[in-house]
Design a protein around this ligand. Structure first.
Ligand code: SF4
Length: 238
């Protein structure tokens, strides 16, 4: 059967049935007030100091779509972990994966610490394991250039884990391509300068926040692409 494309109809996403059902989904699970009580290692490398502060002190407003992206990340992290276990890697128990510093105000939770596994070039145990699931464009960027540019935030997170878990062997970083399910694995050597800089940054953010100081924005332009992607944009600029 042949189909004739109708060039007059609007995009199906714009039609009322789709929009109304998505509105019902959003209304069924409104964002709750639930700030974190601590500064998380995963956020400390963000370019924008105010975003680091907001990520700690304010509940980010995430629509259902973004929550589902987080759920997708958890799903692929567990899938990759199971593949690695089947391939002979052993992980430390879950109770070894959290660090707490600065009177409980700075914390981090690693995806894993590998305690043994196959003898592969340059891999040493124990090592921190960090996992991400990213869209194809980001996956490709990391495949080409590693943890630079937009992905420096992950390098900061890994350096903090290596330092605070006293696990300074090169970390194993695994990334799943969300489009194709390809997996990329590479080693991240310990960068002590980065770890120190991020630790100092955490102390600075905690002290400023305790003093009631609002840290500077990364830009003076609310339409900057980083602000357009930020879950705190309304709070920050209103
Ligand atoms: S909206 Fe922009 S300036 Fe404000 S916290 Fe987010 S990234 Fe920073």
């Amino acid at each position: 059967m042949s189909t004739v494309r109708n060039f007059n109809h609007s995009n199906l996403s714009d039609q009322p049935i789709s929009q109304l059902i998505n509105e019902l989904i959003e209304r069924a699970e409104p964002p709750s007030e639930n700030y974190r009580h601590y500064l998380g290692a995963s956020a400390i490398g963000s370019e924008c100091l105010r975003k680091v502060q907001y990520d700690w002190m304010c509940d980010p407003v995430f629509p259902a779509r973004i929550k589902d992206i987080f759920a997708r990340g958890h799903f692929f992290e567990e899938a990759t972990r199971q593949h690695l276990v089947a391939a002979g890697f052993k992980f430390a128990p879950a109770d070894r994966l959290e660090f707490v510093a600065a009177d409980g105000q700075f914390r981090g939770h690693a995806d894993g610490i590998m305690i043994s596994g196959p003898g592969l070039p340059n891999i040493q145990y124990p090592c921190v394991w960090e996992h991400k699931c990213l869209k194809a464009k980001s996956w490709r960027a990391i495949e080409l250039d590693g943890l630079i540019g937009l992905h420096e935030i992950y390098a900061a997170q890994v350096a903090i884990y290596q330092a605070y878990f006293d696990c300074t062997n090169p970390a194993l970083f695994s990334v799943v391509n969300a489009d194709t399910c390809e997996r990329l694995h590479f080693l991240v050597p310990f960068n002590s300068q980065l770890a120190q800089a991020m630790s100092d940054r955490a102390v600075m953010v905690i002290e400023a926040t305790r003093a009631g100081e609002l840290l500077p924005r990364i830009t003076g332009d609310p339409d900057d692409w980083r602000c357009r992607m930020c879950s705190h944009r309304v709070r920050c600029w209103s």
